[in-house]
Design a protein around this ligand. Structure first.
Ligand code: CTP
Ligand code: MG
Length: 247
């Protein structure tokens, strides 16, 4: 399918704590955004890459414009938009700039800058085979429990009480790029634009909006190298991946 990739890079990077947008933070001497962008182009699946940048960020915009000049004939169209207050707002801004004639769209976190090419291919292959929605996943290594704030005498002992244990074999950690038939993702985000603040805050990926429409979401194998650079520890791991045998 004619495929656009939305690259969301408009976050502020609070947890990384560099005092600059996360996409601008250097990894192996180059901004995280550039690694993500090169990865998408190298995968060779995109007719268009639409990047949501922090509003008013000039330096990243300039780097993207320079990168555009490096693209050879037949490479993807590069589009830049201002992102929004939430990740979903950034996706919606980028969706509005997706070219006519596009059939499928992948939504990818700039923070997953080291995503291996085969992951892009697995997602696109599932779309080509007829999936309306597809996400890359990996098994969960930790046991996952639900908790609630403690009340009454229990609160004197600990702040939270365990309410259940999820069966680990059924759990998957979800990554990006998440792939969708364009019309399906547009419909899902239109529905979500009417959410109140509490509902909007609960939206952590695009697939969950599609799930709310009742559309089946397929899962393909992701990769541990696709880690989302979120904390300083993640950045150390990403630096190691670049230098090590996996880089
Ligand atoms: N993102 C975005 N627009 C936002 C918020 C997030 O485009 N308003 C993007 C980020 O740039 C990132 C991806 O969504 O590539 C995943 O978000 P996250 O890892 O949470 O990044 P930040 O929001 O920047 O980090 P933090 O939550 O620590 O501030
Ligand atoms: Mg965030």
């Amino acid at each position: 399918p004619v495929t656009a990739v939305i690259l969301v890079a408009a976050g502020s990077g609070q947890r990384l704590g560099y005092g600059m947008p996360k996409a601008a933070v250097p990894l192996g001497g180059e901004p995280i955004l550039m690694h993500a962008l090169r990865g998408i182009v190298a995968a060779g699946i995109a007719s268009q890459v639409c990047i949501a940048l922090p509003a008013g960020e000039q330096e990243l915009r300039r780097l993207c414009e320079d990168f555009r000049l490096e693209l050879v004939d037949g490479g993807p169209l590069l589009t830049m938009v201002d992102g929004g207050a939430s990740r979903a707002d950034s996706v919606r801004s980028a969706l509005a700039a997706v070219e006519d004639g596009t059939e499928a769209v992948l939504v990818h976190d700039a923070a997953r800058a080291l995503t291996p090419e085969p992951v892009f291919h697995r997602v696109v292959q599932a779309l080509a085979a007829g999936a309306d929605a597809v996400i890359p996943v990996i098994p969960v290594v930790d046991t996952v429990k639900t908790v609630a704030a403690t009340e009454g005498p229990a609160a004197d002992i600990a702040p939270e009480l365990v309410t259940g244990t999820a069966p680990r074999e059924e759990l998957r950690a979800v990554q990006t790029p998440q792939g969708f038939k364009l019309s399906v993702l547009r419909q899902a985000h239109e529905a979500a634009s009417g959410f109140d603040e509490r509902q909007a805050a609960a939206v952590t990926d695009d697939a969950m909006l599609v799930e709310l429409l009742g559309v089946p979401v397929h899962a393909v194998r992701g990769a541990s190298q696709s880690l989302k650079i979120t904390t300083p520890l993640d950045l150390i791991i990403a630096e190691g991946l670049l230098e090590g045998p996996l880089g």
